[in-house]
Write a protein that binds this ligand. Structure first.
Ligand code: SF4
Length: 194
């Protein structure tokens, strides 16, 4: 469903995994006529200094678009406890699937409590993510709350390349690992764009 005018704009809560990944989905959804607010989860980002850097970048992006950004209060320990049994999983495995779910469940809870009708994520702009799995989790999370999931694959059609260019234009911080302590240990020598 598309918005038909300023009074009828549908509200989308956009789960923002990081600012660079939001540089295409967020303005594109605004251009489609939606009222878009961001949600930054962050419990999967370690250490705290790195979380702060990414949050600052998310705030810069939101401010550049003139849109609100909702931020979950930082509680990395809860994420570590929940994923503890999956510490040895490779990146892209079961831990990541659970991580997507934790992020999108939190987004769904906020969307429901704030009266949004639509839910979306920036996760599918990444060439490293299983976009089919992300959208499957998103659909299920949204359906359980009576929300509509915007089933998008943002990396299609040059989306990822655009996001790199936009991140540079806005001088956004671009991380070198996906986020959690496990990805930090595994990827510290590798330039990585989540
Ligand atoms: S590698 Fe990234 S997606 Fe996977 S568990 Fe860690 S933070 Fe989450």
């Amino acid at each position: 469903m598309k918005a038909t005018g300023p009074e009828t704009k549908e509200k989308v809560l956009l789960h923002l995994c990081c600012a660079p990944d939001g540089t295409v989905p967020w303005p594109d959804l605004l251009a489609e006529g939606y009222a878009v607010e961001g949600f930054f989860y962050g419990n999967n980002i370690h250490p705290e200094e790195e979380f702060r850097r990414r949050l600052d970048a998310a705030r810069i992006l939101a401010s550049s678009l003139g849109c609100p950004l909702h931020v979950l209060s930082y509680d990395p320990q809860s994420w570590i406890e929940t994923t503890r049994g999956l510490a040895r999983e490779p990146e892209g495995g079961a831990r990541c699937l659970l991580c997507f779910r934790l992020q999108l469940e939190a987004a769904g809870d906020l969307a429901g409590s704030l009266g949004f009708s639509l839910l979306a994520t920036t996760l599918t702009i990444s060439p490293h993510k299983d976009v089919t799995a992300v959208n499957a989790v998103g659909r299920e999370v949204a359906a359980r709350r009576g929300l509509v999931w915007l089933d998008r694959i943002w990396r299609k059609g040059g989306g990822f390349v655009r996001s790199v260019a936009e991140s540079r234009r806005l001088a956004l911080y671009r991380q070198k690992y996906c986020g959690c302590l496990y990805s930090l240990r595994g990827d510290e020598d590798r330039e990585k764009k989540p």
